[in-house]
Ligand binder design. Sequence first.
Ligand code: DP6
Length: 323
Amino acid sequence: MKVTARARANIALAKYWGKSDDALNLPAVPSVSLTLDPLVTETSVELDEALADDVFELDGAPAGEGETRRVRALLDEVRAAAGATTRARVTSRNDFPTAAGLASSASGFAALAGAASAAYGLDEPLAVLSARARRASASAARSVFGGIVELAAGAPGDDALAARPIAPADHWDLRVVVAITAAGKKPIGSRDAMGESRRSSPYYRAWVEHGHASAPAIARALLERDFATLAPLVEQSFLAMHAVGMAGVPSVLYWQPGSVAAIKTIGVLRAGGLEVCATMDAGPHVKAVCTARCVGDVREALARTEGVRDTLEARIGPGLEVG
Ligand code: DP6
């Protein structure tokens, strides 16, 4: 039995950063994201009686032990739900550069949740797939759905927590321009970095409190297609998240000179009347969120910005596709 599923990356406008329950991987703050097209991960799960253990191949090469362990953990959950023991061969391919810092784990675990569930013969609702993707990587819970998606904060122990779509992909024609500002691997992944923030940043409590107020406000501005309200809220969310990390010990500083330059370019464009705002995830790249009519000017200005090596464009896309 072999099943293939596709899921897309997503970009959080209200950021998730910090956990309320490490074992169940529950977020301490609510988040709101756009599912992005065409940043697709395609994952196949094939059951194979001959395998002694699961095998995971990523972009044509055997994946590392850490990645394989996270994939196996998700497969173990699916096997438990299906009452199965057969091991699986998992093949995953990202059609976007991993170096673009576009959290391939979100699309990857969403696609895996869909493909694995179907391969083991389960017919589960999207909320169950989203909760399973969440346990693997919380941002992946959101990539199960298309359009504008919300993931609530989880109370410790709330293992059923799943994301939910709050508007379809065609609700508002927003675009995202990614300004790539560095090559190579980032210094620390989001999971470890947010753990550091919780342990050592003096701003962590304030961040959690702020997140609970800012995510619903961001969701409302998206639903009302109110860019003037949305832009400062989105920028405050990512700046607060990065400030928490920077103030931890050890400090987590993802920014490169090109990141700062890109943020400044976006600020100048907005002051000049364009509907655009900045956000960043756990990496040095800057993502400009803008309305469709502004995207040409935004991309051109970012491409001309010193320290920006390349740009990439996305729009709001659909959720998980299985089969
Ligand atoms: C900055 O979902 O990668 O992209 O749940 O530990 O796997 P884990 O973390 P992950 O964190 C994403 C953090 C972020 C913000 C976001 O996507 O909301």
